[in-house]
Design a protein around this ligand. Structure first.
Ligand code: FES
Length: 259
């Protein structure tokens, strides 16, 4: 494969802290290989800034292989950039042309306050998971894989939901700053499986209501599905809404019986 060297202008959001005023700063990154990943390009920029005695750009990253969900950049107005179903860390500079200008911003959502530069605080997601994104049934030792038979379409649907890496692109892309795709994916991957049934209705009620405490409401724009690096379908939101309606009825009966 040919290795082209490109000159790119970067306009990057710089913000010293959560309560500081932010601004765009412009950097020229010249002779960047089109085989470099987007985050490698930012590493090279930071090495140059450090060499010049300037403050490097703060950005989140960890696995760099599309698993951890920490790389959260708005690139030219698109969450994770121009390549569909791709996290920022899996984007390469060959997606851009020499002479391009790339605008890089943090996620913009009131539930994700900026910590510094391009890094945001996504702990509101943790609050949703803490509310019910787990099972508490004793699982004992490692069971045989086939001990609980699960129909293939059900396990496929649960695994599709479990692909969510919690990056927050769905929230950043949503005009309402809603977290319905994230919450629905986390609920569905447990609620579809036999192991998730015992807490199915308490889980959905707690997670949806915690989500509502932090995030905006879904009005079916569908931007979340388009931005999701794992192509999670908004069908999971319909499943969550159906379970939530059932939960409000079932949990009311359960608490009435307990009184
Ligand atoms: S750095 Fe882990 S998903 Fe991108």
């Amino acid at each position: 494969m040919s290795n082209h060297l490109n000159d790119i202008t970067l306009k990057i959001w710089r913000q010293a802290g959560p309560n500081e005023r932010g601004r765009f700063e412009t950097y020229l990154i010249d002779q960047i290989s089109d085989e470099a990943s987007f985050l490698e390009m930012l590493d090279i920029l930071n090495e140059r800034l450090i060499t010049e005695g300037r403050e490097p750009v703060t950005f989140d990253h960890d696995c760099r292989e599309g698993i951890c969900g920490t790389c959260s950049l708005m690139i030219n107005g698109q969450a994770h950039g121009p390549q569909k179903s791709t996290a920022t860390c899996q984007l390469h500079m060959r997606k851009f042309q020499s002479g391009d200008q790339i605008v890089i911003e943090p996620w913009r959502a009131s539930a994700f306050p900026i910590i510094k530069d391009l890094m945001v605080n996504r702990s509101a997601f943790d609050r949703i998971i803490e509310a019910g994104g787990f099972i508490t049934a004793p699982t004992g030792g490692a069971p045989d894989a086939n001990l609980i038979p699960i129909p293939k379409p059900v396990s496929d649907a649960a695994m599709d939901s479990a692909e969510c890496i919690g990056c927050g692109a769905c929230v950043a892309a949503c005009p309402n700053g809603a977290a319905n795709l994230f919450t629905a994916a986390k609920i569905s991957h447990l609620n579809l499986l036999p192991q998730g049934q015992a807490e199915r209705y308490s889980r959905v009620e707690a997670m949806v209501e915690t989500m509502d405490d932090y995030f905006g409401s879904c009005t079916n724009h569908g931007e979340c599905e388009a931005a999701c690096p794992k192509s999670i379908s908004i069908d999971v939101i319909a499943l969550m809404n159906k379970d939530y309606r059932k939960a409000k009825f079932k949990n009311r009966k359960t608490s009435a019986r307990a009184d």
